[in-house]
Design a protein around this ligand. Structure first.
Ligand code: SAM
Length: 207
């Protein structure tokens, strides 16, 4: 057994609501593979429990699996914003979100990530962001997001390993992820660490 399998086996079990949402996402959409992976979701949940953020922003909701993971550690008076352009997913999200105790704290934004970031009210500085929308736009998302984050705010980027193919893969998505990884490692406004879980989860803290 390698360390990844060991880590997945030894942690707490996936909560039953998330297991049910995962099944429904595979059965009722054509893109189940877009969902946040179980182990990554558990790490995200743990991070929010540690940080207790008041304002959370998720870019790219899909069926809302990551949203429920992020909701776990949201501050009592916190708000969890999530952005999705595909409104065909909303009924499925609601069906499962309604079963979570923090349902009323979730604010869904229907539209393009770039538009939501451009219109973001500065008084609602973001404590924690989960960046998981289109990968080709991830550098522009970082540019728009960084000024909206509180000093000391946390950004979590999924898929930064690109299934282990990042070194040689061609196309706009791996190109953007390579550029992102280099930027995150070199930007002295950030403190960055890559967690070797799921498809690569990069944690960057705004200094
Ligand atoms: C990888 S999935 C998100 C997975 C989700 N975070 C989860 O935990 O399962 C990416 C989602 O982002 C949406 N998306 C991609 N680009 C977008 C954009 N520019 N604006 C808004 N939504 C976008 C897609 O429709 C898709 O549902």
């Amino acid at each position: 057994m390698d360390l990844h399998d060991f880590a997945k086996q030894q942690g707490s079990a996936e909560p039953t609501l998330l297991t049910a949402l995962r099944r429904a996402s595979w059965q009722r959409t054509r893109h189940g593979r877009l969902m946040t992976d179980v182990h990554t979701g558990q790490v995200i949940s743990m991070v929010t429990r540690m940080v207790r953020p008041k304002t959370v922003l998720e870019l790219g909701t899909f069926t809302g699996y990551g949203t429920l993971c992020l909701a776990e550690g949201l501050a009592e008076d916190g708000t969890l914003h999530t952005v999705e352009r595909n409104d065909e997913l909303f009924a499925l999200q609601d069906e499962f979100w309604k079963q979570h105790k923090r349902y009323n704290a979730i604010v869904r934004h229907h539209g393009q990530v770039a538009d939501v970031l451009a219109a973001w009210p500065l008084e609602h500085a973001i404590d924690l962001a989960y960046i998981d929308a289109d990968k080709q736009g991830v550098n522009e998302q970082l540019d728009a997001l960084l000024p909206l984050m509180v000093p000391g705010g946390w950004m979590l980027f999924d898929n930064t390993w690109w299934d282990g193919t990042l070194e040689h893969a061609k196309g706009p998505k791996p190109d953007a992820l390579r550029a992102l990884n280099t930027r995150l490692a070199q930007d002295d406004r950030l403190h960055t660490v890559v967690l070797p879980i799921g498809d690569g989860l990069t944690v960057a803290r705004k200094i």
